[in-house]
Design a protein. Structure first.
Length: 671
């Protein structure tokens, strides 16, 4: 619970401003005193301390001097609250004693408040003394003149005859009893008994309560300690006065250490430029070398020599951008000092990013552990993934085409609506991205290919972030995950199983809120409803993306390609003419034949009708056949070696032995 406390020094002051501030701070109970801050015992403060007696309570004041002006009292009060587990909060100074910094500022500001009050009291006493020396006593104007005073004194002297009382004399002159305090010539004790007066403090003097403040002010004069309880070895009074002035002007910020103002450099400007030039030289010499060279030049030119510290200050004052460009080159300057423009596409399918990465996982490929590659297509606006492909081979135009095929065409899964032809395809300068095949596809589908700068592959951090999510969130949960290039668990997944796992992760990725855009990628891509641009048919897309073109001549027995023979009745009219064939590398049992850019037919291999044979299968079969032939050759050569040994060759003269190395130099007699 928050308990508020406020205080005003006199009855004429109003505590409404403190009450409003404490109410706005959430105080449930507020106690207001009308008493001096020098008093340690105040009724409303005692009530507030009685209420704030439970741990986690907070005693809230607007300013520290409202709680008290004695540092000893403030420290004692803070210790009492700390023993109870109650925190002290000062609103204007931002103090909270629940923290170590708050307790430190509490004690500093308490000392400053006490010091300020002591200075005020001391200045007041000095002013009154100076006024009395000039005949000005101060205070209110006397209500009785000298003749009235003499007459009142005579009337009081007649009191022994019980003719006039003090009240009657005051009523006679139209005043109250206090003006007669200093009039009576009788002993003070009798006057007090008669007037019922306990005593009166002289306004022109000082009360006993000023003694601690007088001691506090004296402790700040000369070279005394800033601690009002005494001590030596502290700060001077001028230092404390300067702190007080900073606190009055800027609050707590004024107490922060100020930076030293530059006084200007006395070193010759030409020598400064010489030192800067040597510091910007590549490779950069050491500061000691620069100092020695500068000293020689200064002596030759008659300049004032410079010290090591001066050289160091000159070198450290050089613009860091200039130092980076001079020492590390343009690339480091670009990555460190140049302005970076972070852009985002205006709408979905405005820009796609395509890239490859080798996944941090091993899969089981027919008993062999292999590390797969992932090719992903990312929409720049929504951060959605329209398509991807996982392969075992290195990045190629075919892998990029397969990923684009999945990204452009509609998916059978209704929860994966991303599709369409992009306006811009943003890629790097990889071999597959600069191929003629991808350029022809871009021309046919009417989208633009934009390559990042050769030495600056910037702007593709979004797809790299998606790769990082795959490696850190998905692959760590799968067998065969790699850490530091070594598998944590043995590989157990096949390529198909890994493909399915990545597809399930992408579905979840589309439905969770992306921290960069604030919504889910799926909601951002769908938006308020729009129609993506799609090709006319999947067959046209396949013809452009995944079918490779090659030139062939039609023979009498058909077309020959990769050791296979393809037939179709339409080829009979084009024997010995050149045609263009297009094929899918994943299945070459069927090819498409074009003559002068006009489609002729689909030719099939009659020996493999109904089978699916890929180009990799053909290449693997060729390698196996080559190995088998090589093994047979080696076997035959071994038989010849057994029956026809090599003839004896004359012995080869041996090379003369090298002389032994010379013994090392003997440095000691014991050697």
């Amino acid at each position: 619970m928050r308990i508020g406390y406020g205080r005003v020094s006199t009855r004429d002051q109003h505590p409404e401003a403190q009450h409003d501030a404490l109410t706005a701070a959430g105080c449930e109970q507020i106690f207001l005193d009308k008493a001096s801050g020098k008093l340690a015992s105040r009724p409303e403060l005692s009530k507030a301390l009685l209420v704030a007696n439970r741990p986690e309570d907070q005693l809230v004041v607007t300013k520290l001097d409202r709680l008290g002006r004695s540092l000893e009292h403030l420290i004692e009060l803070s210790k009492t609250l700390q023993d109870r587990g109650v925190d002290l909060v000062v609103l204007d100074q931002g103090i909270d004693t629940s923290t170590a910094v708050g307790r430190m500022f509490f004690q500093i500001l308490g000392a400053i408040a006490e010091f300020e009050h002591a200075l005020m009291s001391e200045r007041t006493r000095d002013g009154l003394a100076a006024a009395r020396a000039r005949g000005r006593t101060g205070g209110q104007k006397p209500k009785l003149g000298p003749r009235q005073v003499d007459l009142a004194r005579q009337m009081y002297d007649e009191r022994g005859k019980r003719r006039y009382t003090v009240e009657q004399i005051a009523a006679e002159f139209g005043v109250t009893r206090p003006p007669f305090t200093g009039i009576s010539p009788l002993p003070q004790r009798k006057w007090r008994r008669d007037c019922g007066r306990v005593g009166r403090t002289d306004r022109r003097g000082s009360s006993a309560g000023d003694e601690p403040l007088r001691g506090t002010a004296a402790s700040y004069r000369g070279r005394g300690s800033t601690d009002p309880r005494g001590g030596t070895g502290g700060r001077a009074a001028r230092t404390a006065q300067r702190w007080l002035q900073r606190y009055r002007t800027a609050g707590l910020a004024g107490l922060a250490p100020a930076r030293r103002r530059a006084t200007g450099r006395r070193t010759d400007p030409e020598l400064v430029r010489l030192i800067e030039g040597m510091a910007l030289h590549r490779p950069c010499p050491s500061l000691a070398t620069i100092t020695r060279r500068a000293a020689r030049v200064a002596a030759a030119q008659g300049w004032k020599p410079v010290s090591y510290n001066t050289v160091r200050s000159i070198v450290t004052a050089i613009d860091p951008a200039m130092t980076t460009l001079a020492h590390d080159g343009a690339a480091a300057f670009r990555d460190t000092c140049e302005l970076v423009y972070r852009r985002r596409a205006d709408h979905p399918n405005a820009m796609w990013q395509v890239d490859h990465t080798q996944l941090d996982i091993l899969i089981d490929d027919s008993g062999t552990a292999k590390r797969p590659w992932l090719t992903a297509v990312l929409d720049d606006c929504s951060r959605a993934v329209p398509g991807y492909t996982v392969t075992l081979g290195a990045p190629s135009a075919l892998n990029t085409s397969l990923a684009l095929r999945q990204a452009i065409w509609t998916k059978p899964d209704p929860t994966w609506p991303m599709c369409g032809i992009p306006e811009i395809l943003y890629v790097d300068h990889g071999g597959d991205f600069v191929s003629d095949h991808l350029a022809q596809v871009a021309a046919d589908l009417k989208f633009q290919i934009v390559h990042s700068a050769v030495p600056r592959p910037q702007g593709r951090g979004k797809v790299e972030r998606f790769f990082g999510s795959i490696n850190t969130e998905l692959l760590t949960e799968l067998p065969g995950h790699l850490v530091g290039g070594k598998p944590v668990t043995p590989p157990a997944l096949s390529l198909r199983q890994l493909d399915e796992a990545i597809g399930a992760f992408i579905t979840t990725y589309h439905r969770r809120v992306h921290s960069e855009i604030g919504v889910t990628p799926q909601d951002c891509w769908v938006g308020h409803g729009w129609l993506p641009r799609l090709p006319e048919a999947l067959e046209q897309l396949d013809l452009l993306l995944v079918r490779v073109a090659a030139a062939r001549v039609v023979h009498r027995d058909g077309l020959h390609f990769q050791g296979l023979r393809y037939l179709h009745p339409a080829l009979a009219a084009y024997v010995r003419e050149s045609v263009t064939i297009r094929y899918d590398p994943r299945d070459i049992t069927e090819i498409r034949v074009f003559h002068k850019n006009r489609f002729l037919c689909k030719a099939v291999s009659p020996d493999h009708t109904g089978d699916t044979i890929g180009l990799k299968d053909i290449q693997a079969a060729r390698r196996a056949y080559r190995r088998r032939i090589r093994d047979q050759i080696n076997e035959r050569i071994a038989v010849v070696t057994d029956y026809l040994p090599a003839p004896d060759c004359p012995p080869v003269p041996s090379k003369p032995a090298k002389p032994p190395p010379a013994p090392p130099l003997r440095a000691y007699r014991e050697d």
